[in-house]
Design a protein around this ligand. Sequence first.
Ligand SMILES: Cc1cc2nc3c(=O)[nH]c(=O)nc-3n(C[C@H](O)[C@H](O)[C@H](O)COP(=O)(O)OP(=O)(O)OC[C@H]3O[C@@H](n4cnc5c(N)ncnc54)[C@H](O)[C@@H]3O)c2cc1C
Length: 410
Amino acid sequence: MNWADSPEQAAFREEVRAFIRDNFPEGYRPDPGAEQSLEPEDVWGYNWPADRVSDDPERRDGARRWAAALAERGWITPHWPKEYGGAGLSVMEEFILQEEMMRARVPTVNGIGAFLLGPTLLEAGTDEQRATHLPPIARGEVTWAQGFSEPGSGSDLASLRTRAVRDGDHYVVDGQKVWTSLGQYADWLFVLVRTEPDADPKHRGITFLLVDARSPGLTINPITDIRGDTPFCEMFFDGVRVPVSCRVGEENRGWYVAMTALSFERAGIGATIKYEQAVAELVRYLSSEEGRRFVRDDASVRQEIARRYTEIRVLYNLARYSVSRQAAGEVPGHEASISQMFGAELHQRLARTGAKAFGEFARLWQREDAPLAAAFTHMRRDSVATTFLGGTSEIQRNVIATRGLGLPRS
Ligand SMILES: Cc1cc2nc3c(=O)[nH]c(=O)nc-3n(C[C@H](O)[C@H](O)[C@H](O)COP(=O)(O)OP(=O)(O)OC[C@H]3O[C@@H](n4cnc5c(N)ncnc54)[C@H](O)[C@@H]3O)c2cc1C
């Protein structure tokens, strides 16, 4: 496969590099103590929704200035039409922008709003919903979180039980959501609720609602994960009133709206560049004098690293393949599941390989003691979640088997 840039793409790539060089705020530095954000496209040391409201004035100011610079070009929402604050970029240009931002290790802004909710509203929202909600996302002023999963309803999402009952021009919502990424920073949520308890099949009784995170009756509690970090939340709905005008699509047809949102989640370049950089740093260190002295030097480690490098190239090719299909006007389908699953499992293998290379030093946890060894140790813990967060590996395999290969469901 030849993925070389066309002259126009090469010029655009140069434009992005110059933009980052000239506009990324000087004082907006990665936080060396921060846990890795679990969102695949985020670069290490930044978590834009958290940085935007940080107690550290320099970090807060940096996050806001970066968002303002991107917004001026429409590059928070590069693929959206210009009328809503996007840049109207082609799929390929959007890919290049994302790739260059990851290479330069600068954070994307407002990912859930820009890449999940936005495209969903563009496809299924009303004119009023688009006019109200899209421009503030494109300006980096309002952040969103996705409230789909519930205790007992993750892979089997259609079994969800959070109930919404119509009361005049409102729905009254009661129930619980869980694992809501970045929910504690969100201004708004998009949630799935059950509006028809006896629906058969279950997914026909679900509705898609937009909920103001400050609504009375809504409680959002951060959950602490294995790393001691709080990447997600649980949310309790106790008689929360949501205007009917905040319903996306028809009542009981929200499942189809949600599937549109999830198909966007599984597309894109993912974490390829992040993995590539991790391997490059490992190789650099192992080749250095210090690396030779401290780190295990055996053939199996070298072979594992070579294998990881090869897999990263495969992942990059999968991403380019998905994007080239999108560029041809096709909706991401089971190919996106292949990328998502392969990337998530590669994350775990890469973390294990790094830890193996460092041998007993991989037990070091403090970054100031051994930055690279600790980075792989932290990566090992981060990687536990990757085969869950965008749909588990088993579910992705089911999608590939049934939708990709046409195998029977049972
Ligand atoms: C870091 C992180 C961030 C997340 N962010 C969000 C978010 O922002 N919003 C949101 O709504 N949710 C979010 N989630 C939730 C995520 O979508 C769910 O964890 C996921 O869908 C799996 O659901 P579950 O945790 O209930 O596990 P379960 O569905 O209970 O799965 C348990 C195990 O059973 C297996 N299994 C289940 N069904 C089948 C089957 N049919 N065939 C074979 N094996 C099966 C699974 O593969 C898994 O190994 C997040 C999760 C994580 C870890």
